[in-house]
Design a protein around this ligand. Structure first.
Ligand SMILES: [Zn+2]
Length: 393
C-alpha cells in the first residue's frame, strides 16, 4: 500500500528505493504515480521513494541491524494573531504560542547515515487560520492545513515511526518544547520527547568555540552542505540538520552534553505556570519567596548566608553571592521569564564561586551602584529645581 505522506512526499510501503533517490523536480504532473492525489499546489516537488523501515531494523547500512537511532526533527508552526493567542491561552489555562502544522523528521543510524524520513501536515485546532507570515515563509496554505491530520493522530503515527530507542537531534532549542506544549493541550503524553540534543552548542563546541546562536544555514555553509531544497519546509530542514549532524562528532557531543550545565550545583525552576505551578504576580514576590530569600545549600540543605547585595543585570537577571559554612561561596543566579498568563517564573541556578567570579560580580555591583547614585542625584536636582522654575503661561 502506498501512503501519501504530505505534499510531494510519499513513502511506498515495503517498496524498493532509498533516500539516495533524491532529486528536485519542478515539472512533475500533479498526480505523478499510481493516481495519487493531494500533491497540493507546490510547484517544486522533490521526491524520493523510501523504504518503509520497520522501527527496530534499519538495514540501510550494510545489512547490520541497528537498535538506536538519531532523529533530526523540525517543525513548522502556525502563529496566532496576538489577541486570539491570549484568549485561547486563557481559556485553556496553558501555554500555546503556536500550533504545529508540519512535522518533518529524518532517521539516522548510529553512523549518521540516513535511513528514513517522515513528514506530515497537521491540522491545527485552535489557530485554524494560517497566519500570512507563516504562509509566506513555509508555503503551507490554508487548504493544506485544512486537509491535515489532527495532532493526536499525527503524533501517534510519528511516534510509531520513531520506534523505541532513539534520541532527537534538533537545530536550536525551540522545537521540542513547542511540540510538548501542543501535545499537553491535547492531553497527550510528552515523555517520549525527552531524549533530545540541541546541535547548536555541539556545533559551536566542535567548530570555533564561539557561544552564539547560529542559523542552520550558517552551519551548512561552514560544512559546505548545498542548499538544494527550499528552506522552511520541516522535512527539508530536518534533512539539512541531518547533513550537518553527519559532519559532527555526535557521540562526543552527546558525551559532553551534560557537562555544559555541569557546574550547577542546583538548577531549578520556580513558578513555572506551564507545569501547573503558580507564577509570581510581581518580581518582588519572586525575590521575596523562601527559595530565593532564604536559600538552602544544595549539598547539605543547611541555610545559605547571603553575603552581598543582589546584582540586577539586563534581561531580568539577578545574581547574589551566598555561602555555606561547609561548602564555601556560591553564586545564586536567577533568570526571570514571563509565564503565558503574565505572571513571573525563574530559573534558579547555584554554582561554586571562584575568586575571579566573585571579583567580577563585585565590580559589576560597584558600577551599578554608581549608576544608581548618579540617577538619584539627577532626579533630586530636577525635583529641587522644579519649584523655582518660572511658570510660563
Ligand atoms: Zn552546604
Amino acid at each position: 500500500m502506498t501512503e501519501l505522506c504530505t505534499r510531494g512526499f510519499f513513502r511506498a510501503g515495503g517498496a524498493l528505493g532509498c533516500f539516495t533517490h533524491f532529486r528536485r523536480c519542478g515539472k512533475l504532473p500533479r498526480t505523478p504515480f499510481l493516481g495519487l492525489t493531494g500533491w497540493g499546489e507546490c510547484c517544486i516537488i522533490h521526491m524520493y521513494v523510501l523504504r518503509d523501515l520497520s522501527p527496530r531494523k534499519c538495514r540501510a547500512s550494510g545489512g547490520k541491524e541497528i537498535d538506536m537511532y538519531y532523529i533530526t526533527l523540525d517543525l513548522e508552526w502556525n502563529q496566532a494573531y496576538a489577541e486570539q493567542s491570549q484568549a485561547v491561552q486563557k481559556r485553556l489555562g496553558a501555554r500555546l504560542r503556536g500550533e504545529v502544522i508540519q512535522i518533518g523528521a529524518v532517521k539516522l543510524d548510529e553512523k549518521l547515515r540516513t535511513c528514513g524520513s517522515y513528514s506530515v501536515i497537521v491540522k491545527p485546532r485552535y489557530f485554524r487560520k494560517i497566519h500570512r507570515h507563516v504562509k509566506q515563509l513555509t508555503g503551507i496554505t490554508q487548504q493544506m492545513i485544512d486537509g491535515g491530520v489532527p495532532l493526536p493522530e499525527a503524533a501517534a503515527r510519528f511516534r510509531r515511526w520513531c520506534g523505541e530507542d532513539f534520541a532527537f537531534l534538533t537545530w536550536g532549542p525551540d522545537d521540542i518544547p513547542m511540540l510538548k506544549d501542543n501535545l499537553r493541550v491535547h492531553g497527550q503524553p510528552t515523555d517520549w520527547l525527552d531524549a533530545v540534543y540541541d546541535l547548536q552548542p555541539i556545533f559551536n563546541e566542535q567548530t570555533d568555540g564561539v557561544n552564539k546562536q547560529r542559523s542552520l544555514e550558517y552551519a551548512m555553509e561552514v560544512f559546505g552542505v548545498e542548499q538544494n531544497l527550499p528552506a522552511h519546509d520541516a522535512l527539508n530542514d530536518a534533512y539539512f540538520t541531518a547533513r550537518v549532524a553527519a559532519k559532527l562528532d555526535i557521540a562526543k557531543g552527546i558525551a559532553g552534553y551534560g557537562r555544559r550545565t555541569g557546574p550547577n550545583l542546583e538548577d531549578t525552576e520556580l513558578g513555572n505556570a506551564d507545569t501547573g505551578e503558580e507564577g509570581f504576580a510581581e518580581i518582588g514576590d519572586l525575590l521575596a519567596s523562601p527559595a530565593v530569600a532564604q536559600p538552602a545549600c544544595p549539598l547539605c540543605r543547611k541555610p545559605l548566608s547571603i553575603l552581598d547585595r543582589t546584582l540586577h543585570s539586563k534581561g531580568q537577571k539577578y545574581t547574589v553571592l551566598v555561602g555555606c559554612e561547609s561548602h564555601g561561596k556560591m553564586l545564586m543566579n536567577l533568570k526571570l521569564h514571563r509565564n503565558f498568563n503574565e505572571t513571573w517564573r525563574c530559573r534558579k541556578t547555584l554554582t561554586e564561586a571562584t575568586e575571579e567570579q566573585i571579583a567580577a560580580y563585585r565590580e559589576k555591583l560597584k558600577n551599578s551602584e554608581i549608576r544608581r547614585k548618579t540617577r538619584t542625584r539627577r532626579r533630586r536636582k530636577k525635583d529641587e529645581s522644579a519649584p523655582t522654575t518660572p511658570v510660563v503661561s
